[in-house]
Design a protein around this ligand. Structure first.
Ligand code: FAD
Length: 313
């Protein structure tokens, strides 16, 4: 690694300054979805293999709405345990399931060697942002689920956090109280929803810290390549899309290559800026692809251990 360049910090942007700092000790984690087809499984595993040498703190596998991916999520995390050096976390929701159903999934994770769960309430199937109707015999929310998981076995439990507050929440103060309740129930890490307003994110996390919550907060980073898809996804989740992001993607509907380059530079700049503000934990929504996330990790100075092969032959 070259010695850091002696340049005045203001002469460079956050990405170049990150390059000047060189190798870093950040904690990164990668989120994947369970594949639906054999072809998707093949490309998921290519992505996993490409990112594995970066030695992430953990990797996680999502849980489909209403438990629709129960088997596939389980199969994917178990394969990670058997075939990689990764530390996988399984997402779990309580939507449309009784406590007994959920407890059975939790116990099966433990018996398969999984030690980390991302505990979520989940959304009503097919309607993010719609009214959530809990089952009378089910867990009510992420707080109850966290306590339920901890009552079964000493799992590491990560929970959600919303920099622009959860759409059902009345206020930031309420969301912070909810996070406190989850920590009291045994949560040891918060992973944030993705966001684009870095200043707003910094103000929000400052409030979380001022409330005395000191668990690690992983900044959720979504490298956006499909701007139209982002609009559809972000609106019901209450995530603001800044006008400048729209400008960057304007006219590129038929140009996926350029969109990918822009996605990478926006996400890299977000991360590099957060690192300068003291953030050390980044959770990447990979969408089961490695290339953008790999490039962003390079920018942040997250590298393979010496001798490890990063680029597939
Ligand atoms: P909760 O934190 O449980 O909040 C839901 C509601 O309950 C809120 O109104 C909250 O205010 C209230 N509440 C919670 N605890 C308390 C309490 N102690 N006291 C009073 N009120 C309380 N969805 C999936 O289906 N599968 C996934 O794999 C998945 N992964 C995700 C990963 C991350 C990092 C994030 C941020 C979200 C993920 N989601 C996933 C989406 C998530 O399921 C939805 O955002 C859902 O609407 C809320 O789930 P939650 O656990 O954040 O809710």
């Amino acid at each position: 690694m070259n010695a850091p360049l002696e340049l005045p910090p203001t002469a460079l942007g956050p990405v170049a300054r990150a390059g000047a700092r060189g190798q870093s000790r950040l904690n990164v984690s990668f989120e994947f979805s369970p594949p639906k087809t054999e072809e998707a499984e093949e490309s998921l595993w290519q992505a996993i293999r490409r990112l594995e040498p970066l030695n992430p703190e953990f990797v996680s596998v999502t849980y489909g709405a209403g438990g629709s991916t129960r088997e596939r999520t389980h199969r994917t995390v178990v394969r990670m345990i058997h075939e990689t050096s990764l530390r996988p976390a399984a997402h779990l929701t309580c939507v449309e399931a009784s406590r007994a159903d959920v407890d059975e999934v939790v116990q099966a994770y433990w018996d398969s060697g999984i030690r980390h769960i991302v505990a979520l309430r989940g959304d009503p199937p097919g309607q993010i942002g719609g009214a959530y109707v809990p089952r009378t015999d089910g867990y009510l929310n992420g707080t109850e689920l966290t306590a339920g998981i901890k009552a079964i076995a000493p799992f590491e439990v990560s929970v959600s956090l919303y920099p622009q507050i959860h759409p059902e929440s009345p206020s930031i103060a309420h969301d912070i109280d909810v996070l406190k309740a989850k920590v009291d129930a045994g949560a040891t890490r918060a992973i944030t929803q993705f966001f684009f307003d870095v200043d707003g994110f910094l103000r929000f996390t400052d409030q979380v810290r001022k409330a005395g919550i000191d668990i690690p907060i992983c900044a959720g980073i979504m490298p956006v390549t499909n701007f139209k898809g982002l609009r559809r996804m972000a609106e019901p989740c209450g995530i603001d899309i800044p006008f400048w992001l729209g400008n960057l993607f304007d006219g590129l509907d038929k140009d996926p290559d350029t969109r990918r380059l822009i996605a990478c530079s926006v996400a890299a700049e977000t991360c590099a800026r957060l690192e300068e503000e003291g953030f050390t934990d980044f959770h990447f929504y990979t969408l089961n692809r490695a290339d953008l996330v790999y490039a962003i990790c390079r920018v942040l100075g997250v590298r393979e251990a010496a001798g490890a092969q990063g680029v597939p032959s």
